[in-house]
Design a protein around this ligand. Structure first.
Ligand code: ZN
Length: 464
């Protein structure tokens, strides 16, 4: 990575801000400031007691994921020739094992038991061509990138046998088994390309270039021959992490939908897809609606998916306001609150995140005084339910629509918060640590998750 976000900033940043030119400039700008005492009290008064189950309603299995990426020059002598590398890690935690892992007195994780858990985790890696690399004789970096995306997403990430997992299949499945493109991504000629599970690669009649079902994600659109392709890698990472979530949910759903009611999925970051592949968010809403419809038919609670955001403007705001909040309080981040206190936006959109978000953000200050920004999926199949964007913005802020999910999310965070990980929780911290180190290749977690025995064995153990 050309710039290290960790070390940049901090040091020289205050001198720079003290510069009178910069000060004068800032005086003309609106930005998030620390609220005054009175403002903060007013904000705090809009929070409500956070719901808690008695006893807490906790899942039996937790799947946490985290992703990391790097786009590095292939050698010091060729700084403009990059390859991209994306790694998504999943950690599966069984509640039984978790309680064994925690010292009840100190509430610290036993490092040896955590190491054992790490050995069972499985990063899935994706390698992509960056600037100045033409993959498999493609005529441009962009066409090579498209080819690589397809190849990486259509590779079986299961460990053979029962655990077949191709993300390109997942993509088609959540699009009601058919994807169409209206023009060639290589030459731009208008033509309808219709993809199915059995036909994921076609040829353009105009330029004879291959066209792939994964071109639907539009990840290549940001790729240029010699520019820095870091943003395309970031979009890819974001899309892949959420596609993997969909794939895991579909696998368990196919094996036994009932199991999903006992599981929780935790993502690092908001429940949203940004940039070129953003429309994927609508397919995820649809998938979750299908799953929850089935669970309802079975008399079960909706699936718990939690997005946890450790950084960003919402967390900046949370950290500014936290000392004014009593413990054990919750606030839905409705658009009014977001625009007033976080965005500082005079002309806000009718519905925040309309093109990107599939989950609703909440702020939650726990009884142990830590503050979390979590998201749970919107309880709607589409955003057109309710008629228009403004109506959706109101509907998504109505708490009863979320059923048991808010309370379960709060119980979940309370259970997994630890002093060791500030504003993070154990499953995410484990997945995070795992995403940044390389231990085992392949889809071992997928195997574990898709074992149909999962729902019948409360004493489930990690495989050797
Ligand atoms: Zn073409």
């Amino acid at each position: 990575m050309p710039y290290d976000r960790q070390s940049a900033g901090k040091g020289g940043h205050s001198d720079f801000v003290r510069n009178p030119d910069v000060q004068a400039f800032l005086a003309d700008c609106d930005y998030m400031r620390e609220p005054s005492e009175a403002e903060a009290q007013a904000i705090a008064s809009t929070y409500m007691p956070a719901p808690a189950g008695s006893p807490p309603c906790l899942p039996e299995y937790v799947v946490a994921s985290d992703a990391s990426k790097s786009d590095t020059p292939i050698s010091d002598k060729l700084p403009s020739t990059q390859v991209g590398f994306i790694k998504v890690s999943h950690v599966l935690i069984t509640m039984d094992r978790y309680s064994e892992m925690i010292d009840p007195k100190t509430r610290f994780v036993d490092p040896f038991k955590a190491a054992e858990l790490h050995r069972s985790a499985a990063p899935i890696t994706f390698t992509l061509p960056g600037s100045n690399i033409r993959y498999k004789n493609a005529k441009s970096v962009k066409d090579g990138f498209r080819r690589a995306v397809f190849q990486q997403l259509s590779t079986n990430r299961g460990n053979g046998g029962a655990s077949q997992l191709k993300l390109s299949d997942t993509l088609i499945t959540i699009n009601n088994k058919a994807i169409a493109l209206e023009k060639c991504p290589s030459c731009g000629t208008r033509h309808t390309f219709s993809f199915t599970l059995g036909g994921q690669q076609l040829e353009c009649p105009a330029c004879n270039e291959p066209v792939f079902v994964t071109d639907w994600l539009r990840l290549h659109e940001d790729v240029s021959d010699f520019g820095d392709n870091a943003s395309a890698m970031t979009r890819m990472m974001n899309a892949v992490e959420h596609l993997l979530l969909a794939a895991l949910i579909l696998q368990v759903f196919g094996a036994d939908a009932r199991s999903l009611a006992k599981m929780a999925f935790v993502m690092d970051g908001p429940l949203a897809i940004f940039g070129q592949p953003a429309k994927l968010h609508a397919r995820l809403m649809d998938l979750l609606a299908n799953v929850n419809e089935r669970l309802r038919e079975l008399g079960l609670e909706p699936l718990l998916v939690i997005g946890l955001q450790k950084t960003g403007e919402v967390m900046d705001h949370a950290n500014l306001i936290s000392r004014f909040l009593p413990v054990g309080v919750l606030r839905v981040l409705d658009d009014e609150y977001r625009n007033k206190y976080i965005k500082g936006n005079d002309s806000p959109a009718a519905n925040f995140g309309n093109e990107t978000y599939y989950g609703q953000d909440f702020l939650f200050k726990t009884e142990r005084k830590r503050i979390f920004n979590f998201a749970i999926p919107y309880p709607f199949r589409t955003k057109s339910e309710g008629g228009n964007e403004a109506q959706f913005a109101r509907n998504k802020a109505e708490l009863p629509r979320y059923g048991s999910l808010i309370e379960r999310a709060c119980d979940f965070i309370r259970h997994f918060e630890m002093d060791l990980y500030e504003n993070s929780i154990v499953p995410v911290a484990l997945a995070h640590r795992h995403a940044s180190i390389s231990i085992v290749p392949g889809g071992k977690v997928l195997d574990i998750i898709t074992k149909t025995g999962l729902q019948h064995t409360p004493q489930h153990r990690w495989p050797k």
